[in-house]
Design a protein around this ligand. Structure first.
Ligand code: NAD
Length: 298
């Protein structure tokens, strides 16, 4: 897909972080957008940012863990926009906890959003996407879909699975009208850490030194402040779609961590301090938003 102009994109998790900026950058490039999230207030703020562009937009309060809400979303999108060309399965959460201490309800909730949400969105939208001249599904995994740390077993279970699902689907769709992409972000400065439930202090274990021994609120704030700005991440993702990359790595940290996994399959994490420190310096520049974007409403 060379251009997003006059296309229709559905973005899940559009009330914050990468989903918000995927929506804004797509609108800036002339793409019509259906934004979805469970957070009504922040979704409205994304809609305010989109109002700066001359495209058709629609706002949908949708919990991607609920299959019937996804089916209703599909009906609403077709009724409002008549077609759909791109689906960004971006919504995701995490829970910090050792597997042993994690209540099964928390496990199930992460699985339902991060994995079943992606699969059910894909299943529901695929017939409409397959009817278009060119279309794309963009599923967000993580660099944690390539490597694993303790205290994040459910997140890894979902993100490794999203990668496996997406790469298999990409091979099934090879040569068809439907491009299939898997996104592997490194550290992007969003609300994901601040929103995460920390059940047993699991967040401390493999955290880089600047995120250790602090309250979970402070950790969430520092995670957001020290990562690549989500607008830059969104720009990398959209470039990956135009270049038809099946695997889209976001950030130098993601690319380097993936290499360490191949070089040191069992001891990769020992090398990471050498990646985190230079990344903190690089992110001093990359944490600034792209120029000429509307400000986030207060
Ligand atoms: N930020 C990072 O460093 C990073 C790294 C790797 C992967 N990711 C992945 O990127 C994606 C986007 O995350 P982000 O970092 O922008 O986080 P974020 O917390 O800023 O945004 C996630 C959005 O998803 C929404 N959401 C949560 N549950 C939902 C549900 N059931 N239905 C619909 N929407 C729901 C939230 O309300 C929020 O608006 C996620 O899949 C995440 O796992 C993030």
């Amino acid at each position: 897909m060379k251009s997003f102009e006059n296309k229709v994109a559905v973005v899940t998790g559009a009330a914050s972080g990468m989903g918000r900026y995927l929506s804004v950058l797509l609108a800036k490039m002339g793409c019509n957008i259906a934004i979805c999230d469970v957070n009504a207030e922040e979704l409205k703020n994304t809609a305010i940012m989109l109002a700066n562009y001359n495209v058709a937009t629609s706002t949908h309060l949708v919990d991607v863990a609920d299959r019937s809400q996804i089916e209703l979303l599909h009906e609403e999108v077709i009724a409002r926009h008549q077609k759909v060309d791109l689906v960004f399965n971006n919504a995701g959460i995490t829970v910090m906890s050792d597997f042993e201490n994690m209540p099964s309800e928390d496990w199930d909730r992460v699985m339902d959003i991060n994995l079943s949400g992606v699969i059910n969105m894909t299943r529901t939208f695929m017939p409409s996407l397959r009817s278009r001249p060119e279309a794309a599904i963009i599923n967000t995994s993580s660099i944690f879909g390539m490597v694993a740390v303790p205290g994040q077993s459910v997140y890894h279970a979902t993100k490794f699975a999203v990668r496996g699902f997406t790469e298999s689907l990409a091979r099934e769709m090879k040569g068809s009208n439907l491009q299939v992409h898997c996104v592997h972000p490194g550290h992007v400065g969003t609300n994901i850490a601040a929103s995460a439930k920390d059940i047993d202090g699991g967040a401390d274990r493999e955290a880089p030194s600047f995120l250790k021994d602090i309250s979970s609120e402070e950790r969430g704030r520092m995670f957001k402040e020290n990562g690549m700005h989500p607008s830059r991440a969104a720009q990398i993702i959209l470039r990956g779609v135009t270049k038809k990359r099946t695997r889209i790595f976001v950030g130098l940290d993601a690319k380097l961590i993936e290499i360490t996994q191949r070089l040191f399959p069992e001891r990769y994490s020992l090398t990471w301090p050498f990646i985190f420190l230079p990344m903190m310096l690089l992110n001093k520049v990359l944490k600034k938003p792209l120029p000429d974007l509307p400000p986030e409403p207060e």
